[in-house]
Design a binder for this molecule. Structure first.
Ligand code: RIB
Length: 290
């Protein structure tokens, strides 16, 4: 069983600032660092580090070859990653002294996945493989159309959540991996319990996993199962990539047969490691770190 991840690969430019910049304000950054990142990249890396078999489907420019080599070194299957003439996608990330972040992504090569490339990736899918999707590439519409034809299982991390994603047949989703912001946008509720109730009503055939930052994570299963895991108490340096780390370790645990509560706990443990170190990809733990 593999996870086939249609996902972004980014260069992250991380600016440390005292506080996240407000509209109309100009602030001096305290430092600038460059890291490997992208929600897709981070989730593939987290899956591989957690011990799952993962195939990445994505695109980079010439400037991103090192990111593809990094995925391969980590054991991610890169047969469906292509190098295109457009520069690699990038993210401009502010991280405040409290470790909060705000992110602008520029799609670049992530928006250049070709139909032939995506068709090849779908043709490779085995019956028991899962397709993982975020919304930083141009693959979302294609993946939903293929899922309707072929009936494969889609795990959706709806980030960034925009109107084009909302127009897709989200009732095809097997598992939603959402945070509070996405939960509010999808469910029209801001209280976590109400988000889960509203999501359950709107998507009765999906499992819902809701991450709650320093409050942990909650699960509402299509079979009526509910589970919750506490976040670990750690000093927060940088929350960037915490959701991706959670996603990778949570899914790897489910693939390995864990029940929802243990899988949530595995995700929370890994996310705690991630937030206590700088950067997205560099702060994803190895299974042995946990
Ligand atoms: O989730 C964190 C990621 O979001 C960063 O690595 C950045 O590249 C953006 O995709």
């Amino acid at each position: 069983m593999s996870v086939v991840n249609f996902g972004s690969i980014n260069l992250d430019f991380v600016y440390r600032v005292q506080a996240l910049v407000r509209p109309g304000e100009t602030v001096q950054s305290l430092s600038l660092e460059r890291f490997a990142g992208g929600k897709g990249f981070n989730q593939s890396l987290a899956l591989a580090r957690a011990g799952a078999a993962v195939r990445h489907v994505g695109s980079v420019g010439e400037d991103g070859r090192w990111l593809v080599e990094m995925l391969e070194t980590e054991g991610v299957d890169i047969r469906n990653v292509e190098v295109v003439p457009t520069p690699t996608g990038h993210a401009i990330i502010q991280v405040s002294e409290r470790g909060e972040n705000s992110i602008v992504v520029h799609g670049g090569a992530n928006r250049e996945l070709s139909n032939a490339q995506m068709e090849r990736a779908c043709a490779d899918l085995g019956d028991r493989d899962w397709v993982l999707l975020q919304n930083e590439t141009n693959a979302s519409e294609f993946v939903f159309a293929e899922a309707s034809k072929r009936g494969f299982r889609v795990i959706l991390n709806p980030s960034p959540l925009d109107s084009s994603l909302l127009d897709l047949p989200l009732d095809r989703v097997d598992t939603f991996l959402i945070n509070e912001v996405e939960g509010e946008a999808l469910a029209g509720e801001d209280d976590p319990e109400r988000v889960l109730v509203a999501m359950r009503k709107r998507f009765p055939t999906a499992d819902i996993v809701l991450t709650l930052g320093d409050q942990g994570a909650a699960f509402s299963g299509r079979d009526g199962t509910a589970a919750y895991a506490r976040a670990e108490n750690v000093a927060v340096i940088d929350t960037t990539g915490a959701g991706d780390t959670f996603a990778g370790f949570y899914l790897a645990a489910v693939l390995a047969g864990a029940n929802p509560q243990s899988a949530l706990a595995a995700g929370c443990r890994a996310a705690a490691h991630c937030v206590s170190r700088p950067g997205a990809a560099p702060s994803i733990p190895l299974a042995s770190d946990l």
